[in-house]
Structure formats: C-alpha cells, structure tokens
Design a protein around this ligand. Structure first.
Ligand code: C2E
Ligand code: MG
Ligand code: MG
Ligand code: MG
Length: 279
C-alpha cells in the first residue's frame, strides 16, 4: 500500500509535515506584495496550429523569483496564495501583464489561468473588463482557463463566465478529463475550448489503447462544437497522432517551453515560423 504514495507521499507522524507547514506559512508571508516588489514574472508558452506548427496563441504562466529561494513553481505557490487569499491580486496582476504584452504580438490570443478562488469574487467580471479597457486587448483575443472541478456546484461562477463570454471572451476547461463533471453538466457550461490533459497525451503511442481517451474527448468536443487544445506534447509522434485524430491546437515542449517575452517574440519573427512551402 505504501508504495503508491511515491516520493511525494505523506505519512502521518512524519516530522517533515510540520516543516512543510512552516515553510508554507513563510512562503505565504513572503508572497504578500511580491508583485509590487517585482518578484513575479509571466512566461509565455506557444499554442500552435497542429497543421503547420505556427503559434496562434500563448498561455501565460506565472513564475515567482523569490529573493532567497530562487524560482518557485506555481504548483507550489498558487495553492498557498489560494489559501491566503492573495490569489485574487496575483491573478489580476498576471492577467493585466499578459494582456498588455500580447497586444504587441499581432493577432495572437492569450490564455490566462483563472483560479477557482477567483470565481466567487464579486468584482471578477468588472475587473476583467477593466483590464481589457486599460490594455486595449480585444475581448476575443483573451481566453480564460478554468479547471472543471472549479465549476461543479458553482452556479454563481458559471453565471460570471457566461457574462464574460457575452462580452466576447473565450473560456477553456483546463486539464480536461481529470475532474469529475458529468457529461450532462458539461453541455450546460459556457465554454469554447477543451484542453486535453497531458496525462492523456502522454499515453499516445500509436496503439488504439493509447489513444482511446483522447479520441473520446475529441469526439465529445465535436458533438458539443468545442475546440480542442492538447497539452504536454513532447514528441513528434504525439503531435502527428493528435492531428490525425482531428485536434486543432497543441502545446508542449516539442514546440517550445514557457518563454520570457523577448524569447517568445524572437520565435514569432524567426523564419522557421513561416511554413516552408506556400499553401
Ligand atoms: P496548466 O495551466 O495546466 O499549465 C500547463 C503546465 O504544463 C505548465 O506548468 C507548463 O509549463 C507545463 N507544460 C507545458 N508543456 C509541457 C510538456 O510538454 N511536458 C510537461 N511535462 N509539462 C508541460 P507550470 O508553468 O509549472 O504551471 C503549472 C500549473 O500552475 C498550471 O497548469 C496552472 O494550473 C498553474 N498556474 C500557472 N500560472 C498560473 C496563474 O497565473 N494563475 C493560476 N491560477 N494558476 C497558474
Ligand atoms: Mg492552463
Ligand atoms: Mg492545463
Ligand atoms: Mg495540466
């Protein structure tokens, strides 16, 4: 039984548990004011058309340069920010930074992660519209990513997503297939895009067994008239199989890692971005 806990397994009575709690508390304190102190940065990972590998958008991914600890992963500090409530400020800071940046990048769209903790914020819709007004980004160039579990039993949150969509903003379900929402429920959600979780992409190996879940998600999105983005594409075989299965857009280390703005811009203007033959 113990072995499925893996290296990140948590044992009761483990003294490292209280160490972890103390470290979390310290990080939570350090995080207050981090954006004002210039410690937060946004990286951009291309979202590419699988037909020709050209970027059609970018996902904004936050990084924290802690003055003593160096770069702290969002998987570490976002949950802490969610518990302490600072996620609302951080989320808006990322949104505004990303929108301001992407305005400069031609017709790319930007996808920004929305924490489930931001959904109950009374001012969410006004805040997002305010960012678009200040930055001048057209609403249809913004996509908000939310996990499906965040939406279960959140009728107020769903109403806000609907309002944002009425303004032309797109909504994507992130890590699709890992949550618990029913298919019935999915048909009622105001969404445009399903992002196929990378655990399913990792299973693609050219066999029917490997592609089963991905195929099912693609069929589902067809029926519901949704677009699909595949996450975590690491090799050319996965990209080719996804394209064959009808997935439109892909994201992953095969194309590019999350990049600082200058590197992303470099990639956009590099000749290799252009298709090798006119089509
Ligand atoms: P996510 O939204 O599902 O973002 C995709 C994650 O997969 C990113 O990790 C990205 O670097 C990673 N990834 C991309 N391509 C590949 C690949 O080919 N292979 C593998 N193994 N991984 C790949 P990252 O940047 O560490 O972010 C982790 C999570 O932290 C995000 O998952 C998202 O849930 C959260 N996050 C990041 N930035 C923000 C933010 O501004 N706000 C909120 N609320 N959450 C954020
Ligand atoms: Mg995401
Ligand atoms: Mg994701
Ligand atoms: Mg994911």
């Amino acid at each position: 039984q113990a072995k499925h806990l893996g290296t990140h397994g948590i044992q009761l009575h483990d003294p490292s548990m209280s160490d972890r709690r103390a470290a979390d508390a310290q990080l939570g304190e350090d995080l207050a004011g981090a954006s004002e102190r210039g410690e937060l940065h946004v990286l951009y990972q291309p979202l590419v058309d699988l037909a020709d590998a050209r970027p059609v958008g970018v996902e904004a991914l936050v990084r924290w340069h802690h003055p003593r600890l160096g770069v702290v992963s969002p998987t570490r500090f976002i949950p802490i920010a969610e518990r302490s409530g600072t996620i609302a400020d951080i989320g808006l800071w990322v949104l505004e930074t990303a929108c301001r940046q992407v305005v400069e990048w031609g017709d790319l769209y930007v996808s920004v992660n929305l924490s489930p903790r931001q959904l109950p914020e009374e001012s969410l819709v006004a805040d997002v519209l305010g960012v678009l007004a200040r930055t001048g980004l057209a609403p249809d160039r913004l996509c908000l990513e939310i996990t499906e579990s965040a939406l279960v039993d959140e009728s107020a949150g769903i109403a806000k997503l609907r309002a944002l969509r009425d303004h032309g903003i797109h909504v994507a379900i992130d890590d699709f297939g890992t949550g618990y929402s029913s298919l019935h429920y999915l048909t009622r959600l105001p969404v445009d895009i399903l992002k196929i979780d990378r655990s399913f992409v990792a299973q693609l190996d050219g066999t029917p067994e490997g592609s089963g879940i991905t195929e099912a998600i693609l069929r589902l999105s067809q029926v519901l008239h949704l677009k699909t983005v595949a996450e975590g594409i690491e090799n050319a075989e996965q990209a080719a199989e996804l394209q064959l299965l009808g997935c439109g857009i892909g994201q992953g280390y095969l194309f590019a890692r999350p990049l600082p703005p200058a590197d992303l811009f470099e990639l956009l203007i590099s000749p290799s971005r252009q298709p090798s033959s006119p089509s």
